[in-house]
Design a protein around this ligand. Structure first.
Ligand code: PLP
Length: 263
């Protein structure tokens, strides 16, 4: 029998995400972004949502014992190369996810702290935010908050102080994305904070319009690049470039936010 050459296999990124029926955000964004970056997405759905391209109406967390069964069965067979955490659904799901990723300390973990939908609906509870801070951030390689999420997670205004607090919770790096900062400049400035290193600025051209799933696209592309052994700074730049291209080619599927094209 021929031997399998594992070096030609795509890295497997295990995603814990919600299902967004529009196909713009959530697990479908992850599947598309991971595939386009050269990985394979294994999908563990933490929640279903009721939504369109305007707003999320309802979030229905998946029962934790069912998620645990799915996770155990998947990981008894498939060896993960990285994890991407998006919408988690409940603090019980978050605790299960923490127990799971602890078993794979060699895997990079990207945590996108999705606290609210673009239209404003809350996608977390107070208990889930506490679980993210105290159980998941200490196991996370890089967290990718936008400026709103950064302030909600830390109650601190200046980006550098807020990012510093997240580093104190135990995350190795923070990519604070700047797309939500309402300024008129035609360049978006992001800031990358890596433990004990000076902050680095990264840039994307600003595009007009509102998008559904830009954060998921970035976090999944970044997780794949990390699993491909890129440095944190290079993986962030590649994730941002991939996201920019996806938004540049976005399509108007519904009457609300545009849906990124990820390929
Ligand atoms: N995941 C799910 C299931 C969602 O419904 C949403 C937002 O609506 C997100 C993630 C976050 O989307 P974005 O990438 O636009 O921050």
């Amino acid at each position: 029998a021929e031997k399998t050459d594992n070096s030609s296999q795509p890295p497997v990124i295990v995603c814990f995400s919600g299902l967004d029926p529009t196909g713009g955000a959530g697990i479908q964004a992850d599947i598309e972004a991971i595939k386009a970056n050269g990985g394979h997405c294994a999908s563990l759905i933490t929640s279903l949502t009721v939504q369109n391209t305007h707003n999320v109406k309802q979030l229905e967390p998946i029962n934790t014992s069912l998620l645990a069964e799915q996770t155990d069965t998947l990981l008894s067979d498939i060896q993960p190369d990285g994890f991407k955490l998006g919408v988690l659904g409940s603090s019980e799901n978050a605790a299960l996810i923490a127990d799971t990723i602890k078993q794979f300390p060699h895997c990079p973990v990207v945590l996108d702290p999705v606290l609210a939908a673009g239209g404003g609906t809350a996608l977390t509870t107070t208990q889930l935010v506490e679980a993210i801070k105290h159980q998941l951030l200490p196991l996370t390689t890089i967290c990718t908050p936008n400026t709103l999420e950064l302030q909600q997670l830390t109650s601190k205004q200046p980006i550098n102080q807020a990012a510093q607090l997240l580093l104190e919770y135990g995350v190795a790096a923070v990519l604070a994305t700047g797309g939500h900062l309402l300024d008129s400049a035609n360049t978006i400035q992001h800031q990358l904070f890596i433990n004990d290193q000076p902050a680095q600025a990264l840039f994307s051209p600003r595009l007009p319009g509102e998008f559904h799933g830009s954060g998921c696209t970035l976090a999944s592309a970044l997780a794949t690049q990390l699993a491909l052994k890129k440095s944190i700074a290079l993986a962030c730049q590649q994730g941002l470039d991939f996201t920019y291209q996806s938004l540049l080619n976005a399509v108007k599927i519904g009457s609300g936010q545009l849906i990124p094209t990820r390929h």
